[in-house]
Design a binder for this molecule. Structure first.
Ligand code: KG4
Ligand code: ZN
Length: 344
């Protein structure tokens, strides 16, 4: 069969990214232009600023992805783009750019779900990985426990009922005065803190559900800080960071292992920005070793928003003839279970 090369574009949040991926797993280029330095000033992503920056960057990023891969437009078989979930203005920049290329180059268009992209980053990390597997997707906007039944087939077994795991990291980091984005800063501070210094709650919700809830934990940390300040007690930022992180990781690991057991599935994977967390990776690895499960964790570059993961997911749609047409629109609240399947 002919080798399939896909140009993929991702602009759902604050990273403008483009990649060329061959046959789903061979990443020929993976260019990411991050806006973190700009949004840092505001303590979070400003949607309007993100859209404007995507417009400024997208042409260069796509050109660089094509140049690095050393391919011409004739060699590209399809153009893929994230169409949700994400910030509507940011998504529209990528979608319209992809539509323009698809029309100009006369190549099919493929719409990809951003969360599906994160899950698929594991296929790039581990070239031998095959479904089924359990994947915990934890990022700034999502916390999903998914059962990957087959390529492109997902069952959401649990999701957050309030804050996403990354959002909790970001908000707690802000309360601790650590800055933005909070996840990596808490991860670093926690390395020298005591994990059992403060007993923060573990939101199990109930024994049955695989859903998550992090807003109670976030409030517990904020209350702890307020109480300590009122009593003029010294706050050890590292201890708070380590104790908070342990509470998040405990629940993420526990529910992921429960999901694997429920499905009788012996492969566990991580995805999304929070999957970079060193303690989460360590604990999940220990737990998987205990049960003799295979454990896949994408490199930090593949955990963050990138377009290679979109190109990978798009390949499995390409081979099933799941193409989009020019009516493709941004879907800010796109769910993992409503894939775009316009079949030609
Ligand atoms: O997947 P991502 O790059 O963007 C979204 O789709 O949201 O995830 C960004 C999130 C942020 O909340 C960031 O604080 C968190 O991932 N994050 C981390 C770490 N690195 C990034 N959280 C915990 N530990 C980390 N090392
Ligand atoms: Zn993401």
């Amino acid at each position: 069969m002919k080798n399939i090369k896909i140009l993929a574009i991702e602009s759902s949040c604050d990273e403008t990214a483009a990649a060329v991926v061959e046959n789903g797993r061979n990443v020929m280029s993976n260019i990411i232009s991050s806006q973190i330095e700009i949004h840092k000033e505001y303590g979070g992503v400003v949607p309007e600023v993100a859209s404007r920056k995507h417009i400024e960057n997208i042409n260069d990023v796509v050109e660089k992805a094509m140049e690095t891969a050393n391919v011409t437009s004739e060699e590209i078989d399809a153009v893929a783009v994230t169409y949700g979930p994400g910030l509507v203005g940011a998504l529209l920049v990528g979608i319209n750019f992809a539509k323009g290329l698809s029309y100009g180059w006369q190549k099919p268009l493929i719409g990809v779900n951003h969360i599906e992209g994160h899950i698929n980053s594991n296929y790039i990390e581990d070239l031998n990985l095959q479904p089924p597997f359990i994947c915990l997707v934890a990022s700034g906007g999502h916390t999903h426990l998914t059962y990957v039944k087959d390529y492109g087939e997902y069952e959401v077994m649990g999701a957050t009922r309030d804050d996403a795991a990354g959002e909790a990291f970001d908000k707690v980091a802000r309360s601790l005065g650590l800055g933005y984005p909070g996840g990596p800063l808490i991860d670093k501070a926690a390395k020298v803190g005591k994990r059992d210094a403060i007993k923060f709650p573990r939101a199990i919700i109930d024994e049955e559900t695989l859903d998550f809830s992090f807003s109670g934990l976030k409030s517990a940390v904020i209350n702890y800080l307020h109480n300590s300040q009122q009593k003029n007690e010294e706050i050890c930022v590292e201890d708070v960071a380590a104790s908070f992180q342990e509470a998040v990781v405990d629940v993420l690991v526990m529910k992921t292992m429960k999901a694997a057991k429920e499905k009788g599935c012996k492969t566990v994977a991580l995805a999304g920005g929070v999957a970079s967390n060193s303690r989460l990776r360590e604990r999940m690895m220990e737990e998987c070793e205990k049960y003799n499960y295979k454990f896949v964790k994408p490199s930090s570059l593949l955990c963050t928003d990138n377009a290679a993961m979109i190109g990978c997911a798009a390949y499995y749609k390409y081979i099933k003839n799941q193409f989009a047409d020019s009516s493709l629109n941004a879907e800010p609240n796109l769910k993992l279970t409503n894939p775009l399947t316009i079949t030609k």
